[in-house]
Design a binder for this molecule. Structure first.
Ligand SMILES: NC(=O)c1ccc[n+]([C@@H]2O[C@H](COP(=O)([O-])OP(=O)(O)OC[C@H]3O[C@@H](n4cnc5c(N)ncnc54)[C@H](O)[C@@H]3O)[C@@H](O)[C@H]2O)c1
Length: 478
């Protein structure tokens, strides 16, 4: 069972500015009059100073934009050429508006670049990490640069007084920050995360070529934090930035970046497969997709996107098969669409595996039709699951007020379940060793909550968040 790492409610929320850094800002290019003053002396409304590790596409843009927002920023990169370029107020990459912002920062004196991470970390309040995390040919994320950066930060923290916040921004697989980077920071610094320093994961959603605009107007700002103090501190850095700010676990913040990019890739591939298919049938693919994208109720919406059970019913399987057949006839290869039915089938197989794991004989199913509120059994994934359970020798009892046994026989099911219906919840639970819920309805919710006091419940539809992680409860993929 997956237990989400939740923010510890006992952690104190600290609203004031972080404890000040006692190091002096001795760097020559920082704001005039401030370079001889320690941050501790600074006014309470002064913005935290930032070190930004990695001056590539992400780091250079953050360096420019945060300095534009009034922070003292030290950009850090081992590449001396990038450092020199930035210090001239020039952009190391092609990106509209970036050169202007960098020059503005350098002239104003609140932006500079150096190559020494330890010096930069010691002279600032917050460190952003945006070094490269390329994947190898097999897709394994290379963490070498990130580990080195974390070692350097840890080393700096060893001799730095006061609270420091580290904000990881490089794309990494979930758990990398907590399981690999935080232990490095703690080992090298000899300090404790959550007490001596804070840690966040804050994915970057900028698109190259519109990166400055995206910084000020991102689709969202996501902050995964080890504790409330870290999350609140990081959130303050984004005050006034457009869009929703979402506080979550470090792991969800790490993962959502991969999911976003995979979704974007999926959209491109889907649009292109539709285009190839349309072209082969003489239909204008742009016309079709122009209509498609106008539907923000079902097509471009959260609908159908949350993890749950397999699709079924009279339309989705039939028409997906239909389009696969059309492509075959036209000699068009559409591997993405062709594999949808196989993916759906795998999801039913996954549900079956969960039942097998429970090692029980008598199984109850709440919801037999493909969704609640209908008596349609056509291609219902619940029926398919029941069929597979039946073939494995399980004794089945189902609860579905909309299904009548006669209709079930007419639906041509190869198993005889005409005497297996039960609308008495007490009896249903007495007759079963495990309950599967396939409907998201008030009825199903009530039954699941009662049943889990007595027998294990497998939830295929995501009934209620508060059930997650409780006794006798198992979600299909959460
Ligand atoms: N490029 C994008 O549009 C984009 C968008 C969102 C997220 N990301 C992610 O952000 C991260 C950075 O991407 P990028 O495109 O800016 O990478 P990049 O390769 O352009 O830049 C990385 C920089 O890090 C520097 N570096 C390496 N080790 C360092 C260290 N120890 N200290 C300081 N600097 C160090 C390198 O010299 C390089 O200049 C990656 O994880 C990437 O997946 C990129």
């Amino acid at each position: 069972m997956f237990n989400k790492n939740r923010l510890n409610p006992e952690d104190t929320f600290i609203e004031s500015e972080p404890r000040a850094n006692v190091e002096k800002l001795t760097l020559p290019m920082l704001v005039k009059g401030r370079d001889s003053k320690s941050i501790q002396d600074a006014k309470t409304d002064e913005k935290p100073s930032l070190s930004i590790l990695g001056l590539g596409y992400v780091g250079a843009v953050s360096t420019a934009c945060f300095s534009d927002r009034g922070h003292d920023v030290i950009g850090v990169d081992p590449d001396e050429e990038k450092v020199a370029t930035l210090n001239l107020g020039e952009s190391p990459i092609v990106e509209e508006g970036l050169g202007d912002l960098l020059l503005k920062g350098v002239k104003k004196g609140n932006l500079k670049a150096i190559s020494d991470t330890v010096v930069a970390v010691k002279q600032t309040d917050v460190t952003f990490v945006s070094v490269g995390t390329p994947t190898d040919a097999d897709g394994v994320c290379q963490l070498g640069y990130l580990k080195t950066a974390s070692e350097q930060i840890g080393e700096a923290l060893r001799s730095k007084d006061g609270y420091h916040l580290i904000v990881y921004r490089s794309t990494v697989p979930p758990k990398t920050t907590r399981d690999i980077m935080i232990p490095i920071l703690e080992k090298l610094s000899g300090k404790q995360s959550g007490k001596d320093f804070g840690v966040c994961f804050n994915p970057e959603f900028l698109r190259e070529s519109t990166a400055i605009k995206d910084f000020y107007s991102p689709p969202k700002t996501v902050i995964g934090a080890i504790d409330e103090r870290s999350g609140a501190y990081a959130a303050k850095l984004y005050e006034g930035i457009e869009g929703e700010l979402i506080q979550t676990s470090i792991e969800a913040a790490e993962f959502v970046k991969y999911i976003d990019n995979t979704w974007h890739a999926l959209k491109v591939a889907f649009g292109n497969e539709v285009g190839r298919l349309c072209q082969s049938t003489g239909v204008d693919g742009h016309d079709v997709m122009d209509i498609f994208v106008k539907d923000t109720k079902l097509n471009l919406s959260p609908y159908y996107l949350k993890p749950g059970f397999a699709f079924g019913g009279s339309c989705l399987p039939k028409d997906t098969r239909g389009i696969t057949h059309m492509a075959e006839q036209q000699g068009i290869d559409i591997p993405l669409i062709n594999n949808i039915i196989a993916s759906n089938d795998q999801h039913i197989a996954h549900a079956l595996k969960l039942v097998k794991k429970a090692n029980v004989n008598r199984v109850g199913i709440v919801g037999m039709t493909f969704k609640p509120g209908t008596d349609d059994l056509r291609e219902s994934p619940s029926v398919e699951l029941m069929q597979r359970l039946h073939e494995c020798g399980h004794e089945l009892t189902y609860y579905d007020p909309n299904v009548n046994p006669e209709r079930m026989l007419r639906a041509g099911l190869s198993m005889d379940l005409s005497h297996s219906g039960c609308l008495d919840i007490f009896l249903l639970i007495r007759k079963t060793d495990l309950l599967i819920v396939t409907h998201k309805s008030a009825d199903a919710r009530r039954i699941a909550r009662f049943a889990k006091q007595h027998i294990p419940v497998i939830d295929l539809v995501g009934l209620d968040d508060d059930l997650k992680g409780t006794d006798n409860y198992q979600g299909i993929c959460w």
